[in-house]
Design a protein around this ligand. Structure first.
Ligand code: NAP
Length: 267
């Protein structure tokens, strides 16, 4: 029999948080012991409009939640400022974090990695939990070896706070590891409107589109004389992220180390 995983969810009212509540409800061996929210302290999940009929308590104070609740795993789907605090606090309580929240700085990631090593606590931080997006990143890294001229275009809904997306940054890092750094575009290129060529990363460009209608989409475009190659992933529903979250929750129970990127949990 699969052992029950006791979970604290941070951000239950958010778009991703609601999907995670559905995931926990339909997964027999997942048990929601409580939530961390920005408001609704002392209420139960079922008391909140639009949330499922679950009798788990809500805390606004993360320290209190980790003190009082007996949890194995934190799922954080909030924003980088509070998400960082939740994640650190979880590890100090020997609770393993699964972090979907994007936008952490390099310094914050280093701090979490160090803490995981000190505490010997497993942690998974993934800029994208959709398996297809992980493959898109891997295929882009493979292509960059043969097509060093590249630009990334990511498109998200207009409520997204960070730009470029965590997925774009991760893809850019993978491409940087693979291709020879090189000058792209014309040497005398000039922007007549600032920002027209996008953000610069290791000599190539990242473009962030923010519009209603999108959930999460990324296109990695490679060019060579006579040919272009486009690798695209499109999340049309936030459901797409949940199989990766489930996989990470199950795997983190066997881990005592820091993992950044879902691909590092896959074969
Ligand atoms: P969202 O709808 O804005 O949800 C964020 C939630 O966090 C809101 O309910 C917000 O409450 C809550 N929150 C704010 N401060 C809080 C606090 N102090 N304690 C607890 N909760 C707090 O955003 P989303 O679309 O669900 O995305 C959430 C995060 O996941 C973002 O960082 C996004 O980039 C990331 N994301 C990751 C993936 C992935 O695969 N890794 C995929 C999609 C999105 P209020 O509304 O009251 O402020």
């Amino acid at each position: 029999m699969t052992e029950t995983v006791n979970i604290i969810l941070a951000g239950p009212r958010g778009k991703m948080g609601k999907e995670a509540l559905e995931l926990i409800s339909r997964t027999d061996h997942f048990n929601l012991v409580g939530c961390i929210d920005r408001k609704n302290n002392g209420y139960l999940v079922k008391d909140i409009d639009g949330l499922p009929n679950i009798e788990s308590p809500i805390y606004t104070d993360a320290d209190e939640a980790f003190e009082r609740l007996n949890a194995d795993v934190l799922i954080d789907l909030t924003n980088p400022e509070v998400g960082f605090h939740h994640t650190k606090t979880a590890m100090l309580h020997q609770v393993r974090p699964i972090v979907g929240t994007s936008g952490f700085s390099e310094e914050q990631l280093d701090t979490l990695k160090r803490l995981s090593e000190e505490q010997r606590t497993g942690i998974v931080i993934a800029p994208n939990f959709a398996i297809g997006a992980v493959l898109m990143m891997r295929f882009s890294q493979m292509a960059a070896k043969y097509f060093p001229n590249v630009e990334i275009i990511e498109r998200h809904h207009d409520q997204k706070l960070d730009a470029p997306s965590g997925t774009a940054v991760k893809t850019a890092q993978l491409i940087k590891e693979t291709r020879e750094a090189q000058q792209q575009g014309h040497l005398d290129e000039k922007e007549t409107i600032k920002g027209a060529r996008g953000a610069e990363f290791d000599g190539f460009r990242i473009h962030s589109v923010r519009l209603p209608g999108y959930i999460a989409e990324q296109e990695v475009v490679f060019g060579q004389p006579g040919q272009t190659l486009k690798i695209t992933h499109n999340s049309t529903d936030r459901y797409s992220f949940m199989s990766g979250v489930q996989f990470a929750v199950e795997r983190v129970m066997q881990m005592d180390e820091y993992v950044y990127g879902l691909e590092n949990l896959m074969e």
